[in-house]
Write a protein that binds this ligand. Structure first.
Ligand code: UGA
Length: 352
């Protein structure tokens, strides 16, 4: 199989490529603006990489869509602070650029495996979100936080329509707060510029207080990246055509904790980490409350809870997540501590 991954150097793209090349005999064709997360993958003879931009390298993309069996358009801005600050950038990249890719896939009849998001359900009040039954509840237009959810939702619907009217083959997956190594760049992270787990890890490493938006009572279900990739590989494989025209939640309903609890767990794991020489680092961590307006600005609205139904992933793919929340956090923290230590050594600094 030939798999085309746009945004191959991202969190999902880099882990997916690594796993495909390790476990399958498939070829990966990948495009990205960078390659820092790809490690040794880049040297694999079955990995064909081009440094480029999905809004510029259109001919390369079209050529490879034609050649490949499946395309995963993984390029997107996925950090809530950017939805609030630069909603047009989110629209142009997440919606416009990806719509062009989808249209090209339809033209050459190449199957699309599309990353939707748990965010499409918005403030849905169901206890458990079901792919085919739950309603989407978004806030007003003036709350630009929802532009990401809306862009993804419309692309889901466009794919659905191509499937309905033209029998186009696609599968949609909805990640629920996947975490793991390479999630976001700690070095580049400023307030709110990365997702919550990497934000908190970066806060501790940079000796900043952890900020709990609205007291941190909101809940998320965190899924370890290896579990997510496990499920995604099965979707790409699509045995017996089981995933054709299906929408599949990928999350871990058992790892459902408040953001406050997340902060406390991260702090504890830091305290016990063998490489954190001075226990001062973790002990002096301050946890502060902050209002959503202070942290994100007025265009923000939060999701209080979101729990996936994973019945469909189990029924269609025989998949279930394996990693509990502490294992997921420990592995993620371990990666970032090591990366931080290496960078500090290079700059001649010690971990405080
Ligand atoms: C995320 C992003 O929209 C996407 O990455 C993704 O599609 C989706 O969820 C997903 O992975 O399921 P969200 O979970 O709201 O949305 O994003 P985070 O930035 O990780 O925030 C989680 C919660 O932590 C929010 O309630 C936020 O207000 C809170 N938070 C975040 C803090 O309390 N403090 C911080 O420093 C950062």
């Amino acid at each position: 199989m030939k798999v085309l991954i746009l945004g191959v150097n991202g969190f999902i793209g880099s882990h997916l490529s690594e796993r495909i090349l390790r476990e399958k005999d498939w070829d990966v064709y990948g495009l990205d603006i960078g390659f820092d997360k790809l490690g040794t993958v880049i040297k694999n003879p079955r990995f064909h990489f081009v440094e480029g931009d999905i809004t510029i390298n259109r001919e390369w993309i079209e050529y490879n869509i034609k050649k490949c069996d499946v395309v995963l358009p993984l390029v997107a801005i996925a950090t809530p602070a950017t939805y609030v600050k630069n909603p047009l950038r989110v629209f142009e990249l997440d919606f416009e650029a990806n719509l062009a890719v989808i249209k090209s896939a339809v033209k050459y009849n190449t199957r699309v495996v599309f990353p939707s998001t748990s965010e499409v359900y918005g403030m849905c009040t169901d206890e458990v979100f079901d792919e085919d039954k739950s309603n989407f509840i978004l806030g007003p237009t003036s709350k630009q936080r929802w532009i990401y959810s809306c862009c993804k939702q419309l692309l889901d619907r466009v794919l659905w329509a191509y499937g309905f009217e033209r029998n186009f083959h696609f599968s949609i997956f909805r990640p629920y707060n996947w975490v793991g190594p390479r999630l976001d760049s700690i070095a580049a992270s400023k307030e709110g510029s990365s997702r919550v787990v990497t934000q908190f890890i970066g806060n501790i490493l940079r000796d900043e207080p952890i900020k709990l938006v609205n007291g941190g009572h909101q809940k998320r279900c965190f899924l370890y990246i290896d579990d997510g990739i496990d499920c995604l590989i099965r979707i790409i494989e699509n045995k017996n055509d089981a995933c054709n025209k299906q929408i599949i939640n990928i999350g871990n309903p058992k790892n459902n904790i408040t953001i406050k609890e997340l902060a406390v767990r991260i702090k504890k794991i830091f305290e016990k980490h063998p490489l954190v020489k001075s226990k001062r680092l973790a002990r002096k961590v301050r946890i502060e409350d902050v209002s959503q307006d202070q942290f994100y600005g007025e265009g923000y609205q939060d999701v209080t809870f979101r729990v996936p139904s994973i019945k469909k992933a189990k029924a269609l793919l025989g998949w279930a997540p394996r990693y509990d929340v502490d294992t997921a956090l420990t592995r993620t923290i371990d990666h970032y501590v090591k990366e931080y230590l290496e960078n500090s050594k290079r700059c001649g600094k010690e971990l405080r």
